[in-house]
Write a protein that binds this ligand. Sequence first.
Ligand SMILES: [Zn+2]
Length: 211
Amino acid sequence: MNDHKLLLLANKAWAEQLRDERPDYFARQAEEQKPNFLWIGCSDSRVAPDQITNSPPGVMSIHRNVANLVYEEDRNFMAVLQTAIERTKVRHIILCGHYGCGGVQQGWKQEGRGAIGEWVSGVHDVYVEHREEVDALPEGQRLNRMVELNVRDQLVRLARMDLIQSTFAAGHELMLHGWVYDLRDGILKPLMMIDAQTRLDTVERPQPVLV
Ligand SMILES: [Zn+2]
């Protein structure tokens, strides 16, 4: 059988099972969405945010791109962010990288061409900023430290955006979290947190969790 048909069959089985267990489930889902989290993560197929956090539908809005980058010029990302802040009023934004990230590798080493090369150029900016620390590490530890530093720099960049600053200033409850996912054990590792009290000009580099 074709692989894509398996997906449709699996979907049918999933919906039927849920309907059996909770007959009002889909009627309630259709009413409105009230997610508590916005997840910003990498497109890597192995880092499925709702599965690795055991979150049912409705709990998190999800935005994914190669190497979990945030650019103010990215209208797609900014539209997701604006919706999460203004409409669904999420209380937590989680920006999550993952060790062994191919996008971070491409950006750091400037290996990508065309659209991907252009997209991950933001990672090279991270390398330029932290070159001294990264270059001082043994070769085998550099990529994973780049992953951590990329989470840090993207989170700070996110925190500086007007939309986030005005939400902090208005006193709304909002926390920004920087996490890393380890493909080898399936565990999420919290790196850092930013809230309304954080002074962005003094945000330290996170301690290496795993290099
Ligand atoms: Zn990745």
